[in-house]
Design a binder for this molecule. Sequence first.
Ligand SMILES: Nc1nc2c(ncn2[C@@H]2O[C@H](COP(=O)(O)OP(=O)(O)OP(=O)(O)O)[C@@H](O)[C@H]2O)c(=O)[nH]1
Ligand SMILES: [Mg+2]
Length: 360
Amino acid sequence: MRIKKITASNYSIALQLVKEELGEDALILSTRSIKPLNAGGMEATQVEITAAVEFDSPKTEPEVPVTSEVENAELPEKEDADLKSLIFSLLSRTDQAQSMGLKPHQFKAYSHLVENGLDKKLASKILQKALEQNAVSMGDSDQQPERVMNLMEKVLPCKGEIDLSQYGPKIVAFVGPTGVGKTTTVAKIAAEYTLRRNKKVVMVSLDTYRLGAVDQLQIYGDIMEVPVEVARGKADLCQIVQKHKDKDLILIDTTGRSHQDKDYSRQLKEVFDTVGGVETHLVLSVTAQEQLFSATYNQFSSMGLDRVLFTKLDEGLIFGSLFNFTVRNRLPISYLTSGQQVPEDLEVARPERVISLIFN
Ligand SMILES: Nc1nc2c(ncn2[C@@H]2O[C@H](COP(=O)(O)OP(=O)(O)OP(=O)(O)O)[C@@H](O)[C@H]2O)c(=O)[nH]1
Ligand SMILES: [Mg+2]
């Protein structure tokens, strides 16, 4: 292996020099900004890239002078990190994968994961882990997708269906942004437990905010012959829970609110704390931007979320964001929905299903 330090006035020149000096396969080991020795505060900051190449490749003489030994004063860490991320984005995907220590035969899997929305760092970690775990046999690139899929299945938290094994009624509330499918999902779950499992279910609407919200739930209730209650606050909800203490499952539908409504989760928490023992499922639509997932998580996390439920799989294009969100926040997935039909388009989340979505 040949290691070389290249110094230049900016990263794009330095990168060009690395390629000229060490060839296209050069691996970037580190980058930093430096000030030349004796810089009296007037001279321009330079950048340094340390790169390596496994075998010597043909090189051409650089057009810009290269210095390899420069005593230096480093820039503040944040600035250095920004520059590193800038240079990282300038690299081709192959270079990026190489700079993360991935082997050539892992590039394909890495690219596939990233194209399907997986966070680059997570994708790299998964592949590195797969390599560690299969250090001997990993050379067999044909089997790599299965190995990576198996590993991803193991780290993806899924908690399965609502568990009714506890004594007394199970209370489950569904919270999340507007229009993600909370009410429809409540109806689907009510139908599953009433019609298919013969359980006693009640649906409660905490949504008195939006016109027609109660009617929407009531229509489902009438069709399925499942009672529907409306709670206007914590006292109402306590009474309803008391009234239905003989039921197996109490499903609470809530108003959708924008992630900017910071006070909303505090209000809901107050209501649920008064009732006690409420399991909370955050409902997210896979059609939303990943940034909205994070903003919504920040909005609701203080109330104590127990599960995440993803809707509108039928409208989604790429599914890496499910993995990113769930693994990052360690919030287990409960259900997935993939259509408007009640109760058909509901399934209990299983890791292999989510991972197969990512791998198409
Ligand atoms: N394609 C598709 N549409 C869905 C799915 N789930 C719900 N919908 C549709 O999404 C729209 C909104 O559904 P709602 O259940 O009213 O959503 P909500 O979260 O209760 O909305 P708000 O109460 O206004 O916050 C409706 O047209 C549903 O039929 C799904 O899995 N796939
Ligand atoms: Mg609703």
